[in-house]
Ligand binder design. Structure first.
Ligand code: XBP
Ligand code: MG
Length: 232
């Protein structure tokens, strides 16, 4: 099996169900900032169509955006989020550890392609896998690296270029249709594992859709993906 040569993991919703912690952190930031805003699960489900926390805030604020220091609210939100991560509130989704271990065993390179910040990614990886794992992901393509957020394919293009590979040599793993569109828009085959907030989304362009990465043992999953890729 020679494919894939690298796997690019999305973070929020894919490595872990992070969005409840982001939502909690947003609400704490609103309260701390003296705002009477509150995002319940129903509203947050709709707001997640807007990728990126600051973009989501701007969209929600609308005409009020000029009256509120949105970057400060977002920075406070991210500090709260990282505290939740460091406190151990966020766990890896089923099968993630097994797939990462199997990929490392086979010499498949690992990377990250996310709309969130590098600080948030590093906090999650260090807390969930252990600090040693920060070296396992040789490319971290994050919010700081590109202007456009998913479904813009820019973050995937950046990651593939940093790996020095062709897009056809890489597998992406995503939880949302925005992420799927970003990966496939960059010419990267994508495995979709819908997260709690993205269950209703479709996965038409995905190479494969699974409830989670534990649905198939890691070695068999990699073989299945390779076979599917050859049939494309
Ligand atoms: C994830 C997101 C956001 C987070 C990111 O998208 O857009 O949920 O709020 O946190 P994806 P920031 O999983 O497709 O990368 O507030 O740091 O943007
Ligand atoms: Mg995601």
């Amino acid at each position: 099996m020679t494919w894939p040569r690298a796997i690019l993991f999305d973070v929020d919703g894919t490595l872990a169900e992070t969005e409840e912690s982001h939502r909690t952190a947003f609400n704490r930031a609103f309260a701390a900032g003296g705002l009477d805003w509150h995002w319940d699960r129903e509203l947050y489900t709709q707001l997640l169509q807007i990728t990126g926390g600051i973009e989501r805030l701007r969209h929600f604020a609308g005409a009020r955006a000029d009256d509120v220091d949105l970057p400060a609210i977002h920075a406070f939100k991210n500090a709260c989020y990282r505290q939740l991560v460091q406190d151990g509130s966020v766990h890896l989704r089923p099968g993630v550890t097994e797939l990462v271990d199997e990929a490392r065993l086979r010499g498949i390179r690992l990377g990250i392609a996310t709309t969130t910040s590098r600080a948030n990614v590093e906090a999650l990886i260090a807390s969930a896998f252990g600090a040693v794992a920060l070296d396992w992901f040789e490319v971290m393509a994050c919010a700081e690296n590109v202007a456009g957020k998913k479904p813009d394919p820019a973050v995937y293009r950046f990651a593939v270029e940093a790996l020095g590979l062709a897009s056809g040599e890489v597998l992406a793993i995503e939880d949302s249709v925005n992420g799927l569109d970003a990966a496939t828009g960059a010419g990267i085959a994508c495995l979709l594992t819908p997260s709690l907030y993205c269950r209703a989304d479709g996965g038409g362009r995905a190479l494969l859709v699974l409830d989670d990465l534990a649905s198939v043992p890691a070695a068999r999953l990699l073989q299945t993906l390779c076979d599917l890729r050859q049939c494309q």
